[in-house]
Design a protein around this ligand. Structure first.
Ligand code: CU1
Length: 531
């Protein structure tokens, strides 16, 4: 027995107590939909801020030679671009989607810990303001890359690094509280009949992601605290002169960092597993194998961290272990891609905007997966290490992977959030504009990387000029496409065609009865709301 979610204006729908209106309503809200909206807006603003920094990087790299910015400022841009996109854009966007969708998908009235939910969000604007303010401090902001390797981030770092450390602590606290909330909600607040193996995959992938967050955010907190005590309290964890080892930093950082990349992709797998069945009009192929594949990926993600460190001088046995463990991850990942393709096989497919973004995800995330496989091979990574090939790889995974899934989720669920349909024509323009430009942006970076162009350097050899010019043109076009997206978002919120109860049946222009397959189980059909 199931019912449809009622949708409509969130302002009328929420049941908060108290007289709060206007701004105070958003500051004091404990409503999961309000908090989801806050997270999504923060993520979008951070996407534009981090994107502006990427534009500075692409502007400087448009031509060889130093043209626009000082090398030190260039390094601050690469550092803050990475930190803001990872911690400010992708992660908060997924938390926002969890807030909006998890309670609805499992039939819960709200998140389990609504006041903590409010606090989880409101820490973040302060954390990012502090992080961005380091740019204006004496000595400049952090310029040591988003991975902030010691001793560059300890012995040789500016004073503003202490504010960077504090900001990272705040983000970590926010993430851990958000993860506790997701786990408490999913394990305690499912409607009767919503067993674990009936949960939509977005709920499953977020449950697993939440455990990853709780496991690794304290490791991140640990590594920045070790930096702090090295900087101010006389320890020498990362200082060889005091008996420490800078390579220890890399081990601790990547023990956090590798699971972190799965934190940024598992919820995406959940989104794609919701969208593909809807537009293929078939149930998801291999539901339980999807659950087990997600859990395997999460487990393996703790055992592969040193594939980021093949060039530090590990024993060959260590390199071999990390290489084979890394390659093993492509098995459960392959299961997922296989299942999405099998879901579409002989489906009655249509290609509305959310499906276009989901298909873009499957194809281009797989490109990022293959280049990741190449990087996982120890003897050849020695050649690719710290080149633009790595930059190309993780941007395919994080932009055409994580970001594309978030945009797909927006187009898929925004009718339920606002009661309005987005403009289908504009959505399709947004997709093709983004897809063409993002490939102009990142595909040539494979070539310059293989030819030896190093990352994080504001200048380069003349031989890389053409591919860098193409990459920059793609970058400016992709940046502009996301400003266009902002216009689509605002237009959708402010009006547009009223969404029907069964959005994606109406939008296809087909009567559902004419379709060859039963409606997808894991889409909008949810357990009854607890009143
Ligand atoms: Cu990794």
């Amino acid at each position: 027995m199931s019912t449809e979610i009622t949708h409509g204006d969130v302002h009328e729908e929420h049941h908060d107590h108290g007289p709060d209106k206007g701004l105070m309503r958003w500051v004091t809200t404990t409503n999961h939909k309000d908090i989801g909206t806050l997270y999504l807006w923060l993520a979008f603003i951070m996407l534009l801020v981090g994107g502006a920094m990427a534009m500075v990087i692409r502007l400087e790299l448009f031509q060889p030679g130093l043209q626009w910015v000082e090398p030190q400022f260039f390094n601050q841009m690469t550092t803050l671009h990475g930190l803001i996109m990872v911690f400010g854009a992708i992660m908060p966007a997924f938390v926002g989607l969890a807030n909006w969708l998890v309670p609805i998908m499992i039939g819960a009235p709200d998140m389990a810990l609504p006041r903590m939910n409010n606090w989880s969000f409101w820490i973040l604007p302060f954390a990012f303001t502090m992080l961005a303010s380091t740019l204006f401090m004496e000595g400049g902001g952090p310029a040591f890359g988003w991975t902030f390797y010691a001793p560059l981030s300890t012995t040789f770092a500016p004073d503003s690094t202490d504010f960077f450390i504090f900001a990272v602590h705040l983000m970590g606290i926010s993430s851990v509280m958000g993860a506790i909330n997701v786990i408490a909600t999913i394990l305690n607040m499912r409607a009767p009949g919503m067993t674990l193996m009936k949960m939509p995959l977005f709920v499953w992938t977020w449950l697993i992601t939440a455990y990853l967050l709780i496991a690794v955010m304290p490791v991140l907190a640990g590594v920045v605290t070790m930096m702090l005590t090295d900087r101010h309290f006389g320890t020498s964890f990362f200082d060889a002169a005091g008996g420490g080892d800078p390579v220890l930093f890399q081990h601790v950082f990547w023990f956090f960092g590798h699971p972190e990349v799965y934190i940024m992709i598992l919820p995406a797998f959940g989104i794609i597993s919701a969208i593909v069945p809807t537009f293929a009009r078939k149930p998801l192929f291999g539901y339980s194998s999807m659950v087990y594949a997600s859990a395997s990926i999460a487990l393996l993600s703790f055992m592969v961290w040193a594939h980021h460190m093949y060039t530090v001088g590990m024993p060959v046995a260590g390199e071999l272990y990390f290489m084979y463990a890394t390659i093993l991850i492509s098995v459960p990942t392959g299961v997922k891609v296989f299942n999405w393709v099998a879901t579409m096989w002989r489906g009655s497919m249509t290609f509305e905007t959310p499906m276009l973004w989901a298909l873009g995800f499957i194809i281009m995330f797989t490109i990022g997966g293959f280049s990741g496989l190449m990087l996982g091979v120890a003897p050849v990574d020695t050649q690719y290490h710290d080149t633009y090939f790595v930059v190309a790889h993780f941007h395919y995974v994080l932009v055409t992977g994580a970001l594309f899934s978030i945009i797909a989720a927006f187009y898929y669920w925004v009718p339920k959030w606002t009661g309005h349909m987005y403009d289908e024509r504009l959505g399709k323009i947004h997709f093709w504009w983004s897809t063409i430009s993002v490939n102009l942006l990142f595909f040539p970076q494979h070539f310059v990387g293989l030819a030896g162009m190093p990352r994080r350097i504001p200048d380069y050899s003349l031989q890389f000029a053409e591919f860098n010019a193409i990459s920059s043109i793609g970058g400016f076009a992709f940046g502009l496409a996301q400003v266009f997206f902002l216009y689509i978002v605002i237009k959708t919120i402010r009006g547009g065609v009223k969404a029907t109860d069964k959005v994606w049946e109406g939008a296809t222009g087909l009567e559902f009865e004419q379709l060859p397959s039963p409606p997808p189980y894991h889409s909008f059909t949810v357990a009854p709301q607890v009143k």
